[in-house]
Design a protein around this ligand. Structure first.
Ligand SMILES: Nc1ncnc2c1ncn2[C@@H]1O[C@H](COP(=O)(O)OP(=O)(O)O)[C@@H](O)[C@H]1O
Ligand SMILES: O=C(O)C1=C[C@@H](OP(=O)(O)O)[C@@H](O)[C@H](O)C1
Ligand SMILES: [Mg+2]
Length: 170
């Protein structure tokens, strides 16, 4: 079984993926961590030194590699993964267990204010401008996230979200 988590930055893909792996005993993989391991570079450094387009090419290449090479995994994607290079089609071809973690804007602000330095797309945004930025960006990205087979309201605890996902697996 291959389980894929998608959603905006801060929706908890990495956190919930690890939690779910405890409940299911499947291997947890994070696409950003995989890219960092393969390139020997951190995500912010890839964006800064090589640019976003280069990152998107790596993301597309490694998404296919990870999904084709492994089974019984939980894969947490990056927030932009579904929105480029036909990646949702790549994912949907290989599994029905695709979950969109949907989080409200106030909750995203709460979670990401302290962590924005590690996320190159928001590192330069003033704290006061985050709600407006997230609103617009999420509006643009939602059509891609909504291609997931399941949408999971995800303002709650990682444990509750993981258990909800577990109950929907097939
Ligand atoms: N369900 C949750 N409730 C509260 N905080 C959360 C939850 N899920 C994640 N977080 C926190 O939000 C931040 C971003 O989570 P992360 O798992 O890295 O999200 P993503 O991988 O989707 O960007 C982290 O500080 C994490 O501890
Ligand atoms: O939304 C995005 O485009 C990105 C999200 C990040 O992953 P998280 O969603 O895990 O923060 C990471 O892939 C990169 O900074 C780009
Ligand atoms: Mg993540």
């Amino acid at each position: 079984m291959k389980i894929v988590l998608v959603g905006y930055m801060g929706s908890g893909k990495t956190t919930v993926g690890k939690e779910l792996s405890k409940y299911l005993g499947f291997r947890f993989l994070d696409l950003d961590a995989y890219i960092e391991e393969k390139t020997g570079m951190k995500i912010p450094a890839i964006f800064k030194e090589k640019g976003e387009l280069f990152f998107r090419k790596l993301e597309h290449q490694y998404l296919s590699e990870v999904l084709e090479k492994n089974s019984d995994i939980i894969l947490s994607t990056g927030g932009g993964t579904p929105c480029y290079s036909g990646n949702m089609e790549v994912i949907s071809r290989l599994t029905k267990n695709v979950f969109y973690l949907r989080v409200s804007i106030p909750e995203l602000v709460k979670r990401l204010t302290k962590e924005k330095e590690y996320r190159p797309l928001i590192a330069h945004i003033e704290e006061a401008d985050l709600p407006e930025f997230f609103g617009k960006h999420l509006f643009e990205r939602s059509p891609f996230y909504s291609l997931a087979a399941h949408t999971i309201p995800s303002d709650g605890t990682p444990q509750d979200i993981a258990l909800k996902i577990k109950s929907l697996l097939r």
